[in-house]
Write a protein that binds this ligand. Structure first.
Ligand code: NAI
Ligand code: SF4
Length: 442
């Protein structure tokens, strides 16, 4: 059994509530951080742990914290990005729903480390029932002296506010989120300046994902040196993976970052294999924004090495033969799935969610959607495949925020690895919608 650091107590009845959380070791890390460590030591421990941002980008958390500007008399903010909207990703929801005090405790320790006296949880609008759970946990923590003024007599003050989003995917992009939090339309800002220098209301702000903030609790509890033993290389600690698609056991799993992709898919501890005994065709390992991998490149890298559930291994070979761990949204496809149809589904999504500020994204996503629609619905030409390739190339790297890249990469990977399927659609316009796709990608 893999060891757990975040969800080890999630099964305990009543863990959602303060008394049970506290009697099972909750707030011990906060006590240690506030009473015996001090802010700099917490930052050092997080740096030592090698914790990388769990929202998708994998940026080193300790480094991000150390970038925060500290001008005299200017407030600093911590913003928790709970706008989990990446298709295939639902791990933060699980954490907030079942063990909300872990997030509150993480926010307390992280705010203390950063010198922030206000923290915000910006939560996805569709998670309609979770703000009440968070508000209750905040009220309980405040009642027990873990929030508010002079926390546990240490002189540190913190208030946590919950803000609901209104259903826009783009508000998960950190600067769009900040705009939205300020009450404006959620349009991404040009970076730099990064939020660590100029963030919420122009003040230094750290934006961290829910899982990243929660991971600070075990790091303080066991120390950075112990934390790195849960992973390999620069992929330290544990990672929450939300697994879905054609598998026997969809759900949220906490893995040590030292297991293989094959073990994750086929072992009974995790996905339990492909549903109905079918063959594995492909997988998007890190949420819809990352490239799809055919089965032969998913289990082994192009060099023939075992593909591991780590940042480095999943990216081995770059996007030519690799992908990304991203947000851990693990979408498995069996032999019956149609790659063209899947790619069209994602293209529709990105077109709908584009904020429209930059033309390559605004126009390009719509154009890709139309061309993919034609191919899928039997109205495509062979030249459309090259046209699609061309459009995605013109989007990538030419936009304000990563949504443009996120829309381009899945299209590029689908054509790169499954070009024969696109061609088949063009050659068989009458059958394209009804055929299952086994093909030769094993
Ligand atoms: P990014 O790589 O631009 O930034 C990562 C973080 O590091 C940001 O907080 C940024 O402010 C900070 N940073 C980077 N360089 C810095 C510097 N020089 N100084 C100070 N701070 C610096 O990536 P971004 O835009 O934060 O995230 C993109 C990823 O998000 C995608 O790869 C995708 O996997 C993921 N994503 C996740 C979603 C979810 O629902 N969890 C939804 C959509 C995308
Ligand atoms: Fe908006 Fe797309 Fe430009 Fe991002 S890339 S700022 S979503 S138009």
């Amino acid at each position: 059994m893999g060891r757990k650091l975040l969800l080890d107590k999630a099964h305990i009845e009543g863990i959602r509530y303060y008394d049970t959380y506290r009697s099972n070791g909750g707030y011990a890390a906060a006590e240690k951080a506030l009473k015996t460590m001090g802010p700099e030591a917490v930052v050092e421990e997080v740096k030592k742990s090698g914790l990388r941002g769990r929202g998708g980008a994998g940026f080193p958390t300790g480094l991000k914290w150390s970038f925060i500007a500290k001008p005299e008399g200017v407030p600093r903010y911590l913003v928790c990005n709970a706008d989990e909207s990446e298709p295939g990703t639902f791990k933060d929801r699980y954490l907030m729903e079942f063990i909300p005090h872990l997030l509150i405790e993480g926010l307390l320790i992280s705010s203390f480390a950063l010198g922030a006296n206000s923290a915000y949880i910006y939560i996805r609008g569709e998670y309609a029932w979770i703000p009440d759970i968070l508000e209750q946990a905040i009220a309980e923590a405040k009642n027990k002296g873990w929030l508010g003024k002079n926390i546990q007599g240490t002189g540190f003050d913190l208030e946590i506010y919950v803000q609901r989003g209104a259903g826009a995917y783009i508000c998960g992009e950190e600067t769009a989120l900040l705009e939205s939090l300020e009450g404006k339309r959620g349009n991404p800002r040009i970076k730099p300046p990064f939020p660590a220098v100029k963030g919420l209301w122009g003040c230094p702000t750290v934006v961290n994902n829910v899982e990243t903030i929660a991971a600070v609790v075990p790091i303080v509890n066991i120390g950075g040196d112990e934390y790195i033993k849960f992973g390999i290389g620069k992929s330290t600690g544990t990672k929450l993976i939300s697994a879905c698609g054609n598998i026997n056991k969809p759900g949220v799993y906490e893995i040590e970052m030292n297991i293989s992709v094959e073990e994750f898919i086929y072992s009974d501890e995790y996905c339990g294999g492909i549903k109905g005994g079918k063959r594995l065709k492909a997988c998007i390992p890190g949420g819809s924004s990352v490239p799809v991998l055919p089965a032969n490149l998913l289990l082994k890298t192009a060099k023939g090495e075992t593909r591991m559930m780590t940042y480095e291994s999943l990216n081995d070979g770059g996007f030519a033969t690799g992908s990304m761990l991203g947000s851990g949204g693990f979408i498995v496809m069996d032999e019956d799935q149609c790659i063209v149809r899947n790619t069209l589904t994602f293209a529709r999504f990105y077109h709908h969610e584009s904020c429209g500020q930059c033309s390559p994204c605004r126009e390009g996503t719509g154009w890709m959607k139309k061309v993919l629609h034609n191919i899928e619905y039997g109205k495509g030409k062979m030249s459309d495949i090259d046209l699609l390739w061309d459009i995605q190339r013109k989007i990538e790297g030419n936009t304000i925020c990563p949504l443009g890249d996120a829309a381009a990469w899945p299209v590029a990977a689908a054509i790169r690895h499954f070009r024969d399927e696109f061609e088949w659609h063009v050659k068989h316009p009458d059958e394209a919608l009804t055929r299952n796709f086994g093909l030769a990608h094993y």
